[in-house]
Design a protein around this ligand. Sequence first.
Ligand SMILES: [Mg+2]
Length: 226
Amino acid sequence: MIRALVFDFDGLILDSEGPVFEAWSEVYRRHGQELSQSFWVTIIGRSPGFFDPFAELEKLVGHSLDRDALQDERRLRERELVEAQPVLPGVREWHRDACRMGLKLGVASSSSASWVTGHLERLGLGGWDCIRCREHVRQAKPAPDLYQAALACLGVTAGEALAIEDSEHGVAAAKAAGLLALAVPCSLTSSHDLSSADLVLGSLKERSLAQVMVDLRSASTVSRVR
Ligand SMILES: [Mg+2]
């Protein structure tokens, strides 16, 4: 029986993945370079420290850059683009329904706690029982640490929790921790292999939380919902 939902943040609650990529792409373009989208999609869901876009750009242009100045500009642009994004379809309804059903609510994100909590507050999405981010664990996704930390904090077992993720690394982390996983790809993760998820939806608007709970209950006797 599902007693808790654990949401990913980037690309799941808010399509911040497109804006983050675009803000970095603009920095690259100003230096006559192109940031590879096909590479970028392979690192989505991991810790931001996994790949250093500045080191890569410095290698491409052949000299060091004023990282602080560029970082300030990039962050401003990123914020502008992210704040223009609406909460993704169905998220508010799922959040509201989970509260009404008395489920525990968590967030497990490879991003920083300040990024996640700042945006959640700005969007008016509160009521979380537990938020676990990259500074709370040794390894970000695809390692299971963030989900294990969320389960411990929520006081539920892996079999009692449903993870909701947009990326392959996120689904891998959830499954490695033993949770059921619902995958809902965002604009940049539609090419990800999400086949290890128990259920894949185009958006959370596609099916209600109550309907998915029924789907997953029947899945436990039929192995998987596809
Ligand atoms: Mg994500």
